[in-house]
Write a protein that binds this ligand. Structure first.
Ligand SMILES: Cc1ncc(COP(=O)(O)O)c(C=O)c1O
Length: 348
């Protein structure tokens, strides 16, 4: 009986992938005289609005294939929001209850989205408790703790299978510089950067991987020092930057890391919207700010080529935070100098 249910659940999850078109790759408007092109891989157009739609699908297939998920399993996840939104969607798709454990600072927009997909939100005051509280709830309900932070790098097929890396390279084939100089992403679980870093080496691409890290994250110092026991206060940019080095973070596949101040991330998020009309989230701003640094270096070195980064989710999720001037001022963040820097960048 259970095997029949598992087979039907796998078919249902796979059918979701089959119904979905691939996410777009946008050209970012830069002066053509530079001979450097910037591309934004738009993961915000997934059915659940973020790059986490891919991860959630992989985690469900991984749990089903491992025999961890059955017809009566309550699904529990520790998430800052995006993953929980996508997992709530898949749990409902296969008819299972879903509980998301998250910090009580998570944006109301994200909580509403999880509940829209039928999920329950379990809030904790100390963000560091999300792991133990998730395990406790899974034990209490006889459910399964999906644990994205541990399994993101294992559940995603880094060799291909239309993962994000394969999709980027396929969509770059007709571009002037089809093999990017750099791919720039952020890290929350570290799963996206692990998949990209492994794929670049597996496919023998010269492309280098840069991870952009916000304030309050443990990743940058762990990557520079090699000390993975490093901790930090926690990030203000939702989805990226972690107070501890997560198990799915793979420093060995990362060629470069760039720290981006929160004010610069939010300024970049608004700059992207002004220049392209694309409504993007905070972690996209972090990515684009780091990409600007790398492009400055390429221009200074007279290098020609392409840089690819990600739109991770939609700005509509941050109306009450990064899009709100009084919230930004309340955080003591001054965007003006960074916006001026981005404008000056285009005059190079
Ligand atoms: C909005 C957003 N951007 C970026 C990321 C980072 O992705 P990953 O967990 O694959 O490192 C996340 C992860 O939760 C996210 O929610």
């Amino acid at each position: 009986m259970d095997r029949q249910w598992v087979a039907e659940a796998v078919r249902t999850v796979e059918a979701d992938a089959n119904r979905s078109a691939d996410t777009h790759l946008h050209v970012f408007p830069l002066p053509s005289r530079w001979g450097v092109n910037l591309y934004l891989k738009d993961e915000s157009v997934h059915p659940t609005g973020s790059l986490k739609h891919r991860l959630a699908r992989s985690l469900f297939l991984y749990g089903l294939a491992n025999g961890w998920i059955g017809p009566n399993t309550t699904i529990v996840e520790a998430s800052s929001g995006s993953t929980a939104v996508s997992e709530a969607y898949f749990a409902r798709l296969i008819g299972l209850p879903f509980i998301a454990v998250m910090p009580d600072s998570t944006s109301p927009e994200k909580i509403a989205l999880i509940e829209f997909y039928g999920g329950k939100c379990h809030l904790v005051t100390d963000p560091r408790e999300i792991y133990s509280e998730s395990q406790r709830l899974a034990d209490e309900t006889g459910g399964h703790f999906m644990d994205q932070f541990t399994y993101a790098e294992r559940a995603t097929d880094w060799r291909g299978n239309n993962n994000i890396a394969e999709s980027i390279f396929q969509q770059m084939t007709l571009e002037p510089y089809p093999v990017p100089h750099w791919i720039v992403v952020g890290a929350g679980t570290g799963g996206t950067s692990a998949t990209l870093g492994r794929y670049l080496r597996y496919r023998c691409h010269p492309t280098r991987l840069c991870v952009a890290d916000p304030e309050g994250s443990a990743f940058y110092s762990a990557w520079t020092t090699g000390d993975v026991s490093t901790t930090a206060g926690g990030s203000r940019i939702e989805g990226i930057g972690r107070p501890r080095v997560e198990p799915s973070f793979l420093p060995s596949v990362i060629d470069r890391m760039i720290q981006v101040p929160d004010a610069r991330s939010i300024a970049a998020m608004r700059w992207v919207h002004r220049l392209t009309g694309l409504d993007v989230g905070g972690s996209t701003g972090t990515n684009v700010a780091a990409a600007v640094d790398l492009i400055r270096e390429m221009i200074a070195a007279g290098a020609r080529g392409s840089v690819v980064t990600l739109i991770c989710d939609q700005g509509s999720r941050y109306r009450g935070t990064y899009c709100d001037d009084s919230w930004v001022a309340g955080q003591g963040l001054d965007l003006a100098q960074h916006l001026a820097e981005f404008e000056e960048f285009l005059t190079l």
